[in-house]
Design a binder for this molecule. Structure first.
Ligand code: FAD
Length: 487
């Protein structure tokens, strides 16, 4: 087995996951309850079979992680379980307080190094190699020398993560540029649910400080949101207050910011015992302190930031895509477990459950000659989207991010989406051939951003993380997926 990664193996979204990982292992919990919560968060677009598999197989994957050595936090000898938004019981396992992803990533990466797995760092996948209709390998570029090599394989598995870098403000690291999704699309694979992107309500918003996630677990432990007058406001928007679904909290914060004219609200945990705060959230405590905010005494300035991509390469429950021998898992895949909105802490578990299934399937399976995933529902024809004539500014990463943040972000309108689609399509026709890591990434972001804007324009309703101010309610006739495949 060969793993290609475009930076060092440690640079990925997984490393930054703070809150934890969801599994129904508590006495008052069951896969059935976890299933119900996930389906509710997904707002009518989850695939019930994928959610059943996620929730039933989650406890076994936790057993694997414990066996591999992930040191989950305990309380009086039992694995400690925290609460996060829209979970009906305490279900979130965590490690090192808020360093869950780092522990999982370091454990699995060091295990891979001990096994017979070759890891090639600084090798950026730039194209999926095809043999007729089937995948046969990957073209990759050494990001330091820019030389290109081809790697052939019985199976190609995309595990390239999300695309948070589409937006000006994001909790995601630099590697999240949607590469796998764009490459799969260019190769002819179907993509689904591209319009659904989750914005995390609470990222640190301080001049001069990087966008840094303040985990939902902080609200789960009792943190409250206050406006610039010091008033707690979330109960005015939703009966679950700070633990309302993420999209509701993010929009409520935007509303408060628009009223005050400021670029942040405050998250307040000063009423909790300071030792509990620093022990439970050591990374957040340290990071904020380095930037002059002592979270045990000061309110934390926060604002929403782009966080998680629900859509991606369409797969079945074995990670198979519409291209024979091409598999996808993790954030680049759309397995159907998240629907229109991801339930907090389900994504690390999705990586494990469906990554495990991909391995089970590919270890045994010979190369396939025909697609395994069935015919597509709802492939969309874009001839109906008119192209406005525009004075076009040149393409740059900052301009792309600004356009997506402004027009394809937390609040969307038909007019804004129309403008975004027009600009993105024009950029798509003028972009030159990529030559290094950053130009490849920009081209991939452009592809993914364009498809996201097009899907968001087509979906004339609000559902889950997709909110249109011109269609504020969900519509029954829109209870289906938008699937793209390059003709
Ligand atoms: C700040 C933060 C906090 C989070 N907290 C939680 C949480 O508490 N619980 C939870 O469940 N989820 C959380 N998430 C989401 C979760 O971390 C991710 O969804 C998950 O880790 C994705 O894992 P992945 O393996 O799909 O991708 P990643 O972990 O991002 O790995 C993708 C890898 O692919 C490589 N790659 C990308 N493109 C290429 C290319 N062209 N060629 C070669 N290599 C490439 C990248 O360099 C990277 O190493 C959080 C995310 C962030 C950013």
């Amino acid at each position: 087995m060969l793993i290609l990664t475009k930076g060092s193996i440690d640079e990925c979204n997984t490393k930054y996951a703070q809150g934890g990982i969801a599994a129904a292992i508590g006495r008052d919990d069951s896969p059935g309850l976890h299933y119900e919560d996930t389906m509710t968060a997904g707002a009518g677009l989850c695939d019930p079979e994928a959610v059943r598999i996620l929730t039933e197989e989650a406890p076994a994957r936790i057993t694997d992680l414990i066996r591999f050595g992930v040191p989950f936090d305990t309380n009086e000898g039992e694995v400690a379980l925290a609460r996060e938004a829209a979970h009906s019981v305490n279900r979130i396992l965590h490690a090192g307080g808020d360093a869950t992803g780092e522990h999982i990533e370091l454990t699995l990466a060091s295990l891979a190094r001990l096994r017979n797995i070759s890891i090639l760092e600084y090798a950026q996948a730039t194209r999926i190699l095809m043999d007729g209709v089937a995948a046969r390998g990957i073209e990759a570029m050494d990001t330091r020398t820019h030389t290109t090599l081809e790697y052939e394989g019985r199976h190609v598995i995309l595990a390239s993560g999300g695309a948070g870098r589409l937006f000006t403000l994001t909790t995601n690291p630099e590697v999240t540029t949607g590469d796998g999704i764009a490459l799969a699309y260019q190769a002819g694979a179907a993509l689904s649910d591209m319009e659904f992107f989750q914005f995390h309500p609470t990222a640190l918003r301080l001049p001069g400080a990087a966008v840094f996630l303040i985990s939902e677990a902080v609200r789960g432990e009792g943190g409250v949101l206050r406006n610039n007058k010091g008033e707690r406001f979330m109960l005015d928007y939703h009966p679950q207050g700070e633990l309302a679904p993420r999209d509701v909290v993010a929009r409520s914060i935007v509303d408060q910011m628009q009223r005050s004219g400021e670029d942040h609200v405050y998250l307040d945990i000063t009423h909790l015992p300071s030792q509990l705060v620093s022990a439970r959230f050591p990374q957040i405590y340290r990071f904020c302190l380095q930037h002059g905010v002592d979270i045990t005494r000061d309110r934390i300035p926060v604002a929403p930031a782009a966080h998680y991509m629900m859509g991606g390469v369409k797969t079945n429950v074995w990670g198979e895509t519409t291209i024979p021998n091409l598999y996808a898992c993790g954030e680049c895949a759309c397995t159907g477990v998240h629907g229109a909105n991801r339930l907090a802490s389900n994504s690390l578990m999705e990586v494990l459950v469906f990554g495990h299934r991909v391995v089970e399937r590919t270890v045994a399976a010979p190369r396939a000659a025909a697609p395994v995933l069935g015919p597509l529902d709802g492939v969309v024809d874009f001839a109906r989207c008119p192209e406005p004539s525009l004075e076009l500014p040149g393409l740059s990463l900052a301009r792309l991010q600004g356009l997506l943040w402004g027009e394809v972000g937390i609040l969307r309108t038909g007019a804004g989406l129309q403008k975004a689609v027009g600009v993105l399509r024009r950029w798509d026709t003028t972009i030159g051939p990529p030559s290094d890591r950053s130009t490849h990434e920009l081209a991939n972001l452009l592809t993914v951003g364009r498809l996201m804007a097009e899907a968001a324009l087509i979906r004339e309703e609000s559902r889950g993380a997709h909110y249109r101010t011109d269609f504020t309610e969900p519509r029954d006739d829109w209870r289906h997926h938008i699937v793209f495949a390059k003709g």
